[in-house]
Ligand binder design. Structure first.
Ligand code: GLN
Length: 533
């Protein structure tokens, strides 16, 4: 039978609940238990797909094409498991489904209410995810902070779920903050006590407390927390600020958190196999070399907007015991080509990531031209690949004025065009080409060598594509179209094999990189960057 762990947060937002949930997931996995993690987000959007990256950070795409919260990326990276649509549910989706049922007459004339109809729908989403994956442990993270009006139906649903499933089958982990007052030299426990009181007022007594803190928790404070919050002393866990998020599972393990959870849930304790994770962390903490990689995009003020790209670069570095420093370049600063030299002269590689809209495009084209002309290792992702094709068309293939129809309604040479299947699409949510699709790589190409195979599957999120009418002309000029969809209709990878590393792809490899299994395209970029250094 599946055991449930509900993770809530209090005192402040941005406590890193997602990392804590993901770390606990890692600890189950290292005990050979299967685990899934599900995120409930209290906002009204059906999914984060329509939200600006400035608002919400990256949109993480799953194999089954769900546009999800960036925490799903942490879940997948820490547990090395691929999740899907059932793993991320918003209030918007819950209400939409309840309202659809009401319109269909499913409620047989009843008055439709938050309790029981919304809470039942929430509980059915928990059960649906359990049914799909049949895990040993099912972790459910509730977004937001305890006390928020928005998250109340979720909290009420977990209260019901916990009592229905019975003692010993579900526990709550509450994450809080212990602020440090330098004047008195103390970690303060009162906000955590209050936060637990709020949770209790909703009928939920947490079994475990995870406290974010910048200092170790002294024995007296730990005892105070245990006493006032009614949790066992060994269930007060400290989560210190750490250099790398990948240290968190080890820090939680050192305090016995997973064993406490396993005991509370009546499961069999097993010896964790953490050797490879420990050696990963030791490589992260003791890098032998360092390199600097530029990311030239438009959401550079918020690094969460490209979190999977940043993580993938770091993962590729770990494999070579190299630390990767990111240099953020606002592509608008490169609209003047002469700025590229000064901005890119101190980096060993450059990534042009995905994005939407015309702002900053000319700057991205200049960055790519600079990388191509100076043999600076380059990786283009989605929009980054479309820009690589436009740049090559304009500056090498003689197609002056080439552009994407996304940026110019009527370009002289529309080398990037809306995909056929997108032409009649109306509305924005969930309507792109989304999720995993196969791609066939050209034998002997840089991409095929990097992957070590010719048939790959990668995740997508786009509306536009290379216009096939121009492929011959552009490839005659030297750009190799080394990856195509199985039917040969959609260009998926382009490369310049004569340069050290110049590869761009229509898909998003960053969603499949793992800390201990770097993605081949990022590995290729970082290897080339290290060689250059
Ligand atoms: N805007 C481009 C498209 O829709 C690229 C999308 C992306 O980078 N994810 O095709």
């Amino acid at each position: 039978m599946t055991k449930y762990i509900f993770v809530t947060g209090g005192v402040v937002s941005s406590l890193g609940k997602g990392i804590i949930a993901a770390s606990l997931g890692r600890l189950f996995r290292s005990r050979d238990y299967s685990v899934i993690i599900q995120k409930f987000d209290p906002y009204i959007n059906i999914d984060p797909g329509t939200m600006s990256p400035f608002q919400h950070g990256e949109v993480f795409v799953t194999d089954d094409g769900a546009e999800t919260d960036l925490d799903l990326g942490h879940y997948e990276r820490f547990t090395d498991t691929s999740f899907g649509q059932v793993n991320n549910v918003t209030s918007g989706r819950i209400y939409q489904e309840v309202i659809n049922k009401e319109r269909r007459g499913d409620y047989l004339g009843a008055t439709v209410q938050v309790i029981p109809h919304i809470t039942n729908e929430i509980k059915s989403k928990i059960v649906a995810a359990t049914k799909q994956f049949k895990p040993d442990f099912h972790i459910i993270e509730i977004g937001g902070t305890i006390g928020d009006i928005e998250s109340l139906p979720f909290i009420e649903a977990i209260r019901q779920f916990k009592s229905e499933i019975g003692i010993g089958n579900a526990i709550s982990v509450h994450c809080t903050l212990l602020p440090y007052l330098p004047t008195s030299g103390e970690l303060k426990t009162k906000p955590s006590q209050h936060s637990v009181n709020v949770l209790r007022s909703y009928g939920i007594q947490p079994e475990i407390l995870v406290c974010r803190t910048s200092k170790p928790i002294p024995k007296t404070e730990r005892e105070k927390l245990a006493l006032f919050c009614s949790v066992p002393k060994d269930a007060v866990i400290a989560c210190r600020d750490m250099k790398s998020i990948y240290e968190v599972p080890l820090a939680l393990e050192a305090q016995g958190m997973c064993s406490v959870v396993i005991k509370m849930l009546g499961m069999e304790e097993r010896t964790p196999k953490l050797d490879s994770w420990e050696s990963l962390v030791s490589k992260i903490k003791n890098p032998k070399k360092s390199i600097k990689v530029a990311i030239a995009g438009k959401y550079t003020k918020l690094s969460d907007a490209y979190i999977s790209v940043v993580e993938s670069l770091k993962h590729a570095g770990y494999a070579d015991a190299a630390s990767v420093e990111i240099k953020w370049i606002n592509s608008e600063e490169c609209v003047d080509y002469s700025n590229c030299k000064s901005l890119l002269s101190d980096v060993e590689a450059v990534v042009v990531p995905g994005g939407f809209g015309v702002r900053g495009i000319e700057g991205k084209l200049n960055v790519i031209r600079y990388a191509r002309e100076n043999n600076l290792p380059f990786l283009g992702l989605c929009l980054g690949m479309q820009c690589a094709v436009i740049e090559y068309a304009r500056n090498v293939a003689g197609l002056k004025g080439a552009n994407s129809k996304e940026f110019d309604e009527n370009p002289v040479y529309p080398v990037i065009d809306l995909m056929l299947e997108q032409k009649n699409v109306k509305g924005y949510g969930g309507t792109m080409r989304l999720g995993a699709y196969e791609c066939h790589l050209k034998k002997g190409s840089v991409a095929a060598k990097a992957y070590g195979k010719e048939v790959i599957s990668e995740r997508h999120r786009h509306r536009y594509e290379v216009n096939n009418e121009y492929i011959d002309k552009i490839s005659e000029a030297g750009l190799v179209f080394s990856g195509m969809s199985p039917d040969g209709m959609l260009a998926e990878v382009v490369e310049l094999p004569n340069l050290d590393w110049f590869v761009a792809c229509q898909f998003h490899p960053e969603f499949k990189s793992r800390p201990d299994k770097p993605h081949p395209l990022f590995k290729g970029l970082i290897d080339a960057a290290l060689k250059r250094k």
